[in-house]
Design a protein around this ligand. Structure first.
Ligand SMILES: NC(=O)c1ccc[n+]([C@@H]2O[C@H](COP(=O)([O-])OP(=O)(O)OC[C@H]3O[C@@H](n4cnc5c(N)ncnc54)[C@H](OP(=O)(O)O)[C@@H]3O)[C@@H](O)[C@H]2O)c1
Length: 248
């Protein structure tokens, strides 16, 4: 059993509710009024993974602002992503987005929370793609994150009130374009979150770039959405459901 209070039945209920909830979820966000409407997406982190995801959403018709502490270095990314893309500072991307996507080294989340927490928490959705990685971030740091319940709960603690959905955490940047709309069965994207409205919006954004979202539980399940756990790597939606049922 997943270590989330949701049973399979209640997870099904969440999924059903999430679909039905989209219309009310988006009421304060006119651009979200239709699932397929063009959203404004603020990318906090526009390196390998953020660049690939933002490009996919820009090519799907959304308005994307890539950000960097050196936005002048994002020219070629913006050119590749096409006319829906632009570059700005982190503050500009946070202000721009109807939703925000965090694709930074996990060690940066605390500082982002301190600098932009209230603005990020006001968004209808924050997609957290960031992972604590021992080799990059240090064993001690990753232990401290795990002691707080792992990635997901720790992100929520560092950005209080944010409607976080973890997604794409173990799909490598080079695979985003390659795996999109995979023939013979879509690649599943395990997602974890507590806010049904945020889950509904995230699910649509994932589908729009050719992947199949699979809600595996609440943010407490976010600790499994990192490379190196059974849910890491690429799986079909059916495989993800089977694996998630064994986790707790
Ligand atoms: N690479 C993958 O295939 C992959 C797959 C799934 C998940 N992830 C996760 O995604 C995250 C990013 O990985 P990546 O490979 O894309 O890294 P990357 O290529 O090194 O890019 C990191 C990005 O984070 C930004 N950044 C770093 N510190 C920041 C701060 N304090 N404030 C604002 N922005 C900051 C950098 O912007 P500047 O230009 O300002 O330095 C850069 O745009 C990691 O947590 C990783 O585990 C990666």
């Amino acid at each position: 059993m997943p270590d989330h209070p949701a049973t399979d039945a209640s997870r099904r209920t969440i999924l059903q509710f999430a679909g039905a909830a989209l219309a009310t979820a988006v009421a304060p966000f006119p651009a979200l009024a239709q699932a397929t409407a063009s959203l404004k997406i603020g990318m906090v982190g526009s390196g390998r993974e953020g660049g690939a995801l933002g490009t996919a959403w820009a090519k799907a018709g959304h308005q994307v602002m890539f950000s960097s502490r050196h936005p002048e270095e994002l020219k070629s990314l913006v050119e590749t992503a096409g006319p829906k893309a632009q570059a700005g500072t982190v503050a500009q991307a946070v202000a721009f987005g109807d939703i925000v996507v965090l694709v930074v080294p996990y060690t940066a989340i605390e500082q982002i929370g301190k600098e932009y927490g209230p603005a990020v928490a006001a968004k209808v959705l924050v997609i957290d793609v960031s992972n604590p990685i021992p080799r990059r971030d240090g064993e001690e740091f990753v232990k401290s994150i795990n002691d707080q319940g792992g990635a997901g709960l720790a992100t929520a603690k560092m950005i209080p009130g944010a409607k976080i959905v973890r997604a794409f955490n173990a799909i490598g940047y080079a695979k985003i374009a390659e795996d999109a709309n995979r023939a013979g069965g879509l690649v599943g994207v395990p997602i974890a979150g507590d806010d049904p409205k945020a889950i509904a919006v995230a699910s649509d954004l994932i589908k729009e770039i050719g992947f199949e979202p699979v809600l595996v539980g609440g943010l407490a399940m976010g600790k499994y959405l990192v490379p190196g756990t059974p849910l890491g790597g690429e799986h079909t939606a059916a495989e993800i459901k089977q694996i998630a049922a064994t986790l707790h």
